[in-house]
Design a protein around this ligand. Structure first.
Ligand SMILES: [Zn+2]
Length: 393
């Protein structure tokens, strides 16, 4: 096998390599289990000329099947130097070869990808360039590699019928938050974590405890239409606290408008004009574990929780409600919002209705500004926007 040059190596198991003919390959490395091992492997391999032995071809990858991979390859094309001679490419752009239309996914046993001793960093290697989120949004090129540091303000899990978008992280940074206020601002960006994007445990823990709004470093994601995609080749790391990267509180969001695309985070204010009664439920849950599996106890007060075994004297009432809003900024749009418990409670309190609630009492109530996730926008006849209230800490 010819010696190959890793252009980039990533945490876990996956590396993108480029050989002396300019061909790319995605190499799956095995048996990297801890974060320090990942770090060590990256430092050892990334940017260095390596010898790859005993490779096994797994798959031929094409542009239609792996668009994110090829966005990455296009961002690295043409190579900064002639891969063979390492001379600068001084020929006119028209002489240049178009970027490759396929590459191979290869697998290799650990220890069979070895950096060649005495070799410094390969001239083919292009380290990731950190940008602010504003710089990324201002770049007009359609799809490209990007790296940035950002604060995660909200995590949204998506249902499986949304394709391969498994999780959305809404992120922001000082460049988006400190801009003067205009209508065209973008205050947050959605980062889609595909199911193939494995995440280090320190990042998972930080995301589970989202109250802290962790700062993460994203290396080698792909930006397209003001959304960012993380995939096999993206490295996500937890950043240490840094006062120079602080964002003003409370976090500013965009206002919901008729042009707002789906999968964005916004604020909305409006008046309740209708209630979707089919969505209105309330049910008792365990005050310890929130399970709804409660059983009445024979001849005794309270309930038994079948999930945690606790005796629950006063169950917590959970409520669900979706309402239609009339918003001054959205005169010809139908806006439906799924409310959070705390908003439903304050709505019911303000209507001074103690025994359950009746629809009529809620009509005309003003709500907001609320932070919402825009999950559906339908523009087929009139504009129909589906929102879900979210809790930003
Ligand atoms: Zn329980």
């Amino acid at each position: 096998m010819n010696p190959e040059t890793p252009v980039m190596v990533y945490q876990r198991l996956c590396a993108l390599v480029q050989d002396s003919y300019g061909m790319f390959g995605e190499v799956l490395l095995h048996c990297v289990s801890t974060e320090s091992e990942i770090q060590q492997n990256s430092e050892q391999l990334e940017g260095h000329v390596c010898l790859l032995q005993a490779l096994r071809v797994i798959q031929r990858l094409t542009r239609d099947k792996c668009s994110l991979l090829f966005s990455m390859i296009d961002s690295l094309w043409p190579p900064p130097v002639d891969p063979k001679s390492h001379d600068d490419l001084l020929r006119s752009p028209s002489d240049r070869v178009p970027p490759p239309c396929f590459c191979y996914r290869l697998s290799i046993q650990l220890g069979h990808m070895v950096p060649l001793s005495g070799q410094t960093e390969s001239p083919l290697y292009r380290p990731p360039v950190l940008q602010t989120l504003r710089e990324i949004l201002q770049d007009e090129s359609s799809r490209r590699r990007c790296s940035f540091r950002a604060t995660v303000v909200h995590k949204q899990l998506l249902s499986s019928n949304a394709g391969d978008r498994e999780m959305l992280l809404f992120v922001t940074d000082p460049s988006l938050q400190r801009e003067p206020n205009t209508d065209r601002n973008r205050r947050t960006i959605a980062v889609c974590l595909s199911s193939s994007c494995l995440i280090q445990s320190s990042v998972t823990q930080a995301l589970d405890a989202l109250r802290t709004q962790p700062v993460l470093m994203f290396r080698d994601a792909v930006e397209e239409n003001a959304q960012i995609f993380c995939w096999e080749q993206t490295v996500i790391q937890l950043e240490p606290e840094d006062s120079s990267f602080s964002i003003p509180r409370p976090i500013i969001l965009d206002h919901l408008g008729p042009e707002t695309p789906p999968y964005t985070l916004c604020t909305v204010t409006g008046v309740v004009v209708a209630v979707d009664e089919s969505t209105a439920f309330s049910w008792p849950t365990c005050s310890f574990c929130e399970s709804c599996r409660l059983e009445t106890r024979e001849h005794q007060k309270g309930f038994l929780c079948l999930a945690c075994g606790a005796v629950v004297d006063e169950p917590t009432t959970k409520m669900q409600l979706e309402v239609f809003l009339s918003c001054s900024s959205l005169s010809h749009c139908t806006v439906k919002i799924k409310l959070q418990q705390k908003t439903i409670k304050s709505l019911l309190n303000s209507t001074s209705c103690t025994e359950g609630y009746s629809v009529e009492n809620l009509l005309g109530s003003e709500i907001g500004p609320l932070s919402v996730f825009v999950h559906v926008v339908n523009r087929s006849h009139t504009v129909w926007i589906g929102l879900e209230e979210c809790d930003l800490h």
